[in-house]
Design a protein around this ligand. Structure first.
Ligand SMILES: CC(=O)N[C@H]1[C@@H](OP(=O)(O)OP(=O)(O)OC[C@H]2O[C@@H](n3ccc(=O)[nH]c3=O)[C@H](O)[C@@H]2O)O[C@H](CO)[C@@H](O)[C@@H]1O[C@H](C)C(=O)N[C@@H](C)C(=O)N[C@H](CCC(=O)O)C(=O)O
Ligand SMILES: Nc1ncnc2c1ncn2[C@@H]1O[C@H](COP(=O)(O)OP(=O)(O)OP(=O)(O)O)[C@@H](O)[C@H]1O
Ligand SMILES: N[C@H](CCC[C@H](N)C(=O)O)C(=O)O
Length: 530
């Protein structure tokens, strides 16, 4: 392989020439034998290499290596993939990509600047070289999942097929698979795209994913910014840093791609101004001067429906009646509606589809309490989300509001006090409980809960099922109970009885939870760290 071809390949894969020049002699010897056959052919490089080493697939976890695989070593947050290179080779890896200088390798080794980025670009070339789909990326602190589900509903109701990558699950060709992360890693993503026969791909793109290059190589037709509020400051230095991560999504728009920005908050305004400066087509939502405007004061409730009006170009108003409640869902519906219009869905069909949308799993999921109250299961885990949920109940005339929630282990702890403050302000009684331990011990998390002053308006019941049962028993007609933080997810680290808040509520409705299964010990004792 001559230098030109090698450099063309690397250029296509956006690998810095510096990193390969450094090892060029080594490559000349070793890389010449290594055939990333798919890659070269796909790049139209008509070159036959003697002694081909055919790559049978790509792996980034040594445990998943199959004979003939290319293994990409990643320096992670928990582990260092370079330590597993020998393991990968023992399982049959025939070539390695990594970031470290590792001269004595028994198989061809390519040193790159950024393994995660390279993984994405190689995976794209190998599994999904020719893009034939329309990509929609959704980022923001809250509302990604709901907006994604709403948009998918509109598109599918209008005859389009959609792949969905979300916090709740991924779905490709109508088949669901579990999502470990909100945004799948690049290898998983491109493998699934290779298999997808759907026309549209809707991707929730988190700030973690953007920093970790999980969607590197995708060119988006539309990118949506839902909002930004405090979260994940265990991962990002501060809000500016968090915003910068979100902003990266908009550098991945196609040249004719559109940015759809909720300018209802300052971060959205900053983003829109920046994109406009860079001549990116930007559709601004909310605000009388903007392209589309939702008048939050005009959001009204009629029986069990929420009526909203979206005004386009300061002229035409579109009224719709939604089953999903809350101003946050009015905002999400506006974003889904406007995006659907960009994909050429006629206005009346977009409206009728939105009106038949019944909600995303675990988001403002409602149950009727036998005494005539409302029980809501919701994924709220930020101050902002609490505000929207609890004010919705107030607007709907809640007599009293009870709120059961906790804090996930190993996540941003600085957001907790403001979550408690908002709940204390808007609800009548709080029960603090445990959320997922996420590898922290229950003892640590319990001790942390005890540091908060609940102002005589709350208590701590660490066992989540017992907390729900207690709140359930306090309900009277007209009361509302919010159980937040977990949505549809099953409890983690409860080994023997993984169940979700919804299952607990359904069992309470059927009175199937025996007293013994509600003992405080139930939620926690099975975890090894207890
Ligand atoms: C902190 C973080 O984001 N970690 C993510 C990251 O893991 P990592 O790179 O640190 O992986 P690692 O465990 O250190 O391992 C490093 C490398 O060694 C390899 N390895 C490891 C062991 C072994 O025996 N052999 C081996 O080869 C691993 O396969 C990996 O390639 O990359 C992994 C693959 O993409 C992710 O699954 C993982 O998410 C963890 C589980 C996580 O909890 N992430 C959260 C914080 C997250 O990403 N959340 C966002 C949602 C945020 C929101 O709601 O807005 C999300 O997108 O889900
Ligand atoms: N537009 C919004 N603005 C503020 N809060 C919202 C909005 N939409 C939803 N929420 C609240 O945030 C919670 C999470 O919403 P959703 O799952 O749609 O967002 P997400 O961005 O996917 O969240 P995550 O990244 O944590 O999975 C909801 O359960 C609701 O309480
Ligand atoms: N998808 C989110 C879940 C957040 C859940 C919340 N309960 C919390 O951690 O505060 C994450 O990976 O961080």
């Amino acid at each position: 392989m001559d230098k030109l071809i090698l450099s063309q390949l690397f250029k296509k894969m956006s690998i810095s020439p510096r990193s390969y020049r450094f090892h060029f002699t080594y490559f000349m010897k070793e890389f010449i034998r290594m055939q990333l056959a798919h890659l070269l052919n796909s790049l139209g490089l008509n070159y036959t290499v003697p002694d081909l080493i055919e790559i049978t697939g790509i792996a980034n976890n040594s445990k998943e290596v199959k004979p003939g695989n290319l293994f990409v070593a990643i320096s992670g947050h928990e582990a260092d993939g370079h330590k597993y290179i020998d393991h990968a080779i023992s399982l049959g890896a025939v070539a390695i990509i990594g970031e470290r200088n590792l001269p004595d390798m028994t198989v061809p080794y390519i040193q790159v600047k950024n393994s995660r980025k390279t993984l994405a670009l190689v995976a794209k070339q190998y599994y999904y070289p020719k893009n034939t789909k329309t990509f929609i990326g959704i980022t923001g602190t809250n509302g990604k999942t709901t907006t994604a589900f709403m948009l998918r509903h509109i598109l599918e109701n209008n005859g389009m097929t959609c792949s969905l990558f979300s916090s709740v699950y991924n779905e490709v060709n109508g088949e669901k698979n579990a999502s470990k992360n909100t945004t799948s890693d690049s290898l998983e993503l491109y493998k699934q795209l290779a298999n997808s026969q759907d026309q549209i791909v809707i991707l929730e793109v988190t700030s973690h994913a953007l920093i970790q290059h999980r969607v590197e190589g995708i060119e988006f037709d539309c990118c949506i910014f839902t909002n930004l509020s405090q979260d994940h400051l265990d991962y990002h230095l501060n809000m500016e840093d968090y915003f910068e991560a979100k902003r990266l999504l908009f550098t991945m728009l196609k040249p004719a791609g559109k940015a759809i920005i909720n300018t209802n908050n300052d971060w959205g305004l900053t983003l829109a101004a920046d994109l406009e400066r860079r001549h990116i087509q930007t559709i601004k939502l909310f605000g009388e001067e903007q392209d589309f405007h939702l008048e939050l004061e005009q959001v009204t409730y009629i029986k069990d429906l929420m009526q909203i009006v979206i005004t386009a170009q300061q002229q035409q108003g579109y009224m719709m009646h939604l089953s999903v409640l809350g101003e946050h869902n009015a905002l999400n519906a506006t974003m889904a509606f406007v995006t659907a219009l960009q994909l050429s869905i006629p206005v009346n069909l977009a409206i009728s589809a939105l009106e038949s949308f019944r909600g995303a799993p675990g988001r403002f999921e409602r149950y009727k309490h036998p005494k005539g109250g409302e029980v809501v299961i919701d994924y709220a885990h930020t101050e902002d989300a609490f505000f929207y949920c609890l004010t919705t109940a107030k607007k709907l005339g809640a007599r009293r509001i009870f709120h059961v929630f906790g804090f996930r282990g190993n996540r941003d702890t600085t957001k907790r006090q403001s979550m408690i403050d908002v709940s204390l302000e808007l609800s009548d009684f709080i029960i603090l409980t445990l959320d997922d331990l996420n590898n922290e011990t229950s003892t640590t998390l319990k001790a942390q809960l005890e540091t908060y002053d609940l102002n005589n308006k709350g208590t701590i019941i660490t066992d989540r099922i017992s907390a729900i049962k207690k709140a359930w028993s306090m309900m009277e007609e007209g009361d509302w109970l919010f159980i937040t933080g977990k949505g549809q997810e099953p409890y983690q680290q409860t080994v023997t009885h993984p169940r979700s808040d919804g299952e607990v509520v359904e069992m309470l409705l059927k009175s199937q939870i025996s007293h013994s299964s509600l003992l405080e010990s139930q939620f926690l004792t099975q975890h090894p760290s207890n």
